[in-house]
Design a protein around this ligand. Sequence first.
Ligand SMILES: [Fe+2]
Ligand SMILES: [Fe+2]
Length: 172
Amino acid sequence: MLSKTIEEALNNQIRIEAESSQIYLAMACWAEVKGLEGVSNFMYAQSDEEREHMLKLVKFVNERGGHAKISQLAAPNVTFKSFKEMFEKLFDHEVYVSQSINELVHISLQEKDYATHNFLQWYVAEQIEEEAVARTILDKINMIGDDKGGLYLFDRDIENLTVTTAATNAPE
Ligand SMILES: [Fe+2]
Ligand SMILES: [Fe+2]
């Protein structure tokens, strides 16, 4: 059974994951109209992943005797000055989500809710991955600078981007 405090905190995270999905969907659209198909497909996939993160939380809240709240979402940015700016925003957003997950873990310990604490470990590991991917992309974008040929290759390769982190090899 979830305490009201935990239920509220989890519902807040449900909103954040839903907003992440919308933010990345808007980025996918922007990349698509700018003609970068690879970046666009990558962002559509990121948007789907965020929806999965949200659904996982929704199911958990409902299964544990709470009621998942589907709330109004903040409107995302729909245009960007450059791809660099777009990926900077993506990285900043992932860092923000990680902070929010950390806060949630902290609350679960305060409430002595070890089931929720255990459930949240998946999100802790996921955020390590997401930050690493965002950082890798940003490094590549910074290397490319204004080089159109570089951007072409980046767009071609981004869908096959794999990033290995300490969490990737962590024991289950
Ligand atoms: Fe997420
Ligand atoms: Fe994410």
